[in-house]
Design a protein around this ligand. Structure first.
Ligand code: FES
Ligand code: FES
Length: 149
């Protein structure tokens, strides 16, 4: 598959999830496992540009396709506006949910640069955070959206 713009090859057991392949085989541990059953959003990546929860995708399903993880969001040392905004708005505490929120928010803003607060809240409803209370996350995404526009 193509991973963050680079071709990669690996073997996957038929039962292995894409999340397991990313973390355990390819050693990209930015993508987090929260629930493991599609409910928390901490494992979000994009597959051919579409947002997916990588715990619900098999590694073999990624064959020949393009995957972007949190490690592919920054450009070298230049953080993405979403990453900067999360820092500036203190939109993270323990950070376990953060990669998933940023990948999910980027997928939204790439498709809908003018997304308003209601749309952002609805889009991120499948991403759970047990620390921040969500408001700072939404403010950060709104600030990043403004910056990106
Ligand atoms: S670990 Fe995949 S949705 Fe929770
Ligand atoms: S910052 Fe801890 S779960 Fe979101």
């Amino acid at each position: 598959m193509t991973l963050n713009g680079e071709p990669v090859e690996f073997l996957a057991e038929p039962r292995q999830t894409l999340l397991e392949c990313l973390r355990d085989t390819l050693h990209l541990t930015g993508t987090k496992e929260g629930c493991g059953d599609g409910n928390c959003g901490s494992c979000c990546v994009t597959l051919d540009g579409n947002l997916v929860t990588s715990c619900l995708v098999l590694g073999v399903e990624a064959q020949g396709r393009s995957v972007t993880t949190i490690e592919g969001i920054a450009r070298g040392n230049d953080l993405h506006p979403l990453q900067k905004a999360f820092i500036e708005h203190a939109a993270l505490q323990c950070g376990i949910c953060t990669p998933g929120f940023i990948v999910a928010a980027k997928a939204l803003l790439d498709a809908e640069p003018a997304a308003d607060e209601e749309r952002i809240r609805l889009w991120l409803a499948n991403n759970l955070c047990r620390c921040t209370g969500y408001d700072k996350i939404v403010r950060a995404v709104q600030a990043a959206a403004k910056e990106m526009r």
